[in-house]
Design a protein around this ligand. Structure first.
Ligand code: FAD
Length: 409
């Protein structure tokens, strides 16, 4: 078994690390501080556009997209170490145009968009000129079961009419957010997986209203943020539906696979960042006559964190390789990392916070924000329990249980 990254991945990783060390890391803290201190954080500060231009010029751009015509043409397994590197920072993904939810939305447009939709929305998204949001989750129904969605997308002649309320629409606060992908019920009489549609909604269409922005564990995540959005008699030409009415679930399957793997790849980097801070703090700070790292069980905690990160990384790489090769156990592997990685990251970051004492829960270190990200992703990427349900069903199917018993997993 060969664990080395491809030459291209190694070369890109080296360049990304240099760019981050020399340009991104020094800019990050002052940038976040300035944003936090502003009354209005829903702005694009010039440093972000400057760094984006530099990343683009260096070829550190659209690395996530396996399609070589539109993106870097990397396999998922090649992208994994790059996403991990970007995951160490809050801003690095955006600077390389590799941030959620735009990456998933771009994949949808690439695979299911018409030529006109690609020209109007995919091109500026790939260029980093605009941003996007994905509006599926609804406040009034349990959205971990996506078949529950009640918001409407009704076909009327050559128009589609949207009515409903969404929340947790990530990115909607960004000043450059110009397009939303809205998922809603079109035909209640169709079979469960052909009732819903995905519609491209220009952000400034009459009837679209951001009711409020939602802090996640008191972090606004500005300037993209997460919003509650109402759609009231929003009328659009029928050609704004992606892939045609009733296609939402077919598209969602494609959208959520690689996109969710990216979150896990980035979380490995976030956990690495936390472990590094824990080691540095533990070695530097002295209590009861010893470096904190030598007190109690702290060295064991460091060792446990190292093992947990390495195990999770291997699981992520295996899932990436399975996606690349169309392996029959791909669904199982992807479900496993969606549970294992955010939980691992949450635990490692929590340990690092504890070693930092009061500093760990302050905003002077990136740990409290990192913890909120990992904790939120145990819900945002689909709740742990839903993924565990998939893993258990596939496991038990081996013993003839359930309707998946004939399926391989
Ligand atoms: C920070 C953040 C960003 C987000 N970004 C987006 C976005 O950009 N676009 C978007 O559309 N949505 C987004 N979401 C929403 C997210 O996808 C949903 O919150 C998630 O799918 C769960 O839906 P729900 O909140 O309705 O929880 P519910 O469906 O009400 O579930 C609540 C709880 O019920 C339990 N549960 C559910 N199913 C099972 C099961 N099968 N077995 C056992 N227990 C179960 C779990 O404990 C679960 O957490 C985001 C959420 C967060 C927190």
């Amino acid at each position: 078994m060969d664990f080395t990254h491809s030459e291209r991945a190694q070369e890109l990783l080296q360049r990304l690390q240099t760019f981050h060390a020399e340009r991104v890391a020094p800019a990050e803290e002052p940038y976040l501080r300035e944003l936090m201190d502003r009354d209005d954080p829903w702005v694009v500060l010039p440093v972000i556009e400057e760094l984006k231009a530099e990343a683009k010029a260096l070829g550190l751009w659209n690395l996530f997209l396996p399609n070589a015509e539109y993106g870097a043409g990397l396999k998922n397994i090649e992208y994994a170490p790059l996403a991990e590197q970007m995951g160490r920072s809050i801003i690095a993904s955006e600077i390389s145009n590799c941030n959620a939810p735009d990456t998933g939305n771009m994949e949808v447009l690439l695979h299911f968009g018409s030529d006109e939709q690609k020209e109007r929305w995919l091109r500026p998204l790939l260029a980093g000129d605009i941003r996007s949001a994905f509006c599926m989750t609804e406040p009034d129904v349990a959205s971990s079961d996506a078949t529950n969605m009640e918001a409407r997308a009704t076909v009327e002649g050559d128009e589609i009419v949207l009515n409903g309320r969404k929340w947790w629409s990530t990115g909607i606060g960004h000043p450059n957010c110009e397009v939303l992908i809205y998922m809603a019920l079109t035909d209640p009489d169709a079979d469960k997986y052909h009732r819903h549609s995905m519609v491209l909604v220009p952000r400034d269409t009459p009837g679209v209203k951001v009711e409020r922005m939602l802090p996640a564990m008191n972090f606004l995540d500005a300037p993209g943020g997460h919003g509650e959005v109402s759609f009231t008699d929003v009328r659009l030409p029928l050609d704004h539906v992606i892939g045609g009415p009733g296609m939402a679930f077919t598209i969602a399957q494609a959208r959520l696979g690689p996109g969710r793997v990216h979150h896990c790849m980035r979380l490995i980097g976030l956990a690495e960042m936390a472990l590094e801070l824990a080691c540095r703090r533990g070695l530097d700070r002295v209590a009861f006559g010893k470096p904190i790292i030598n007190l109690g069980g702290n060295r064991e905690r460091i060792a446990d964190a190292r093992m947990a990160i390495n195990q999770a990384r291997l699981l992520v790489l295996q899932a990436a390789w399975m996606i690349d090769t169309g392996h029959p156990e791909m669904l199982n592997a992807v479900s496993q990392i969606k549970v294992a990685v955010p939980n691992m990251a949450q635990d490692v970051i929590d340990m690092a916070m504890q070693l930092h004492g009061g500093g760990g829960v302050s905003n002077d270190f990136p740990l409290a924000g990192a913890w909120a990200v990992a904790r939120s992703l145990r819900i945002a990427d689909g709740p742990d329990e839903v993924h565990r349900g998939v893993i258990a069903r596939l496991e038990l199917a081996k013993y003839g249980a359930g309707k998946w018993s004939a399926a391989k997993g």
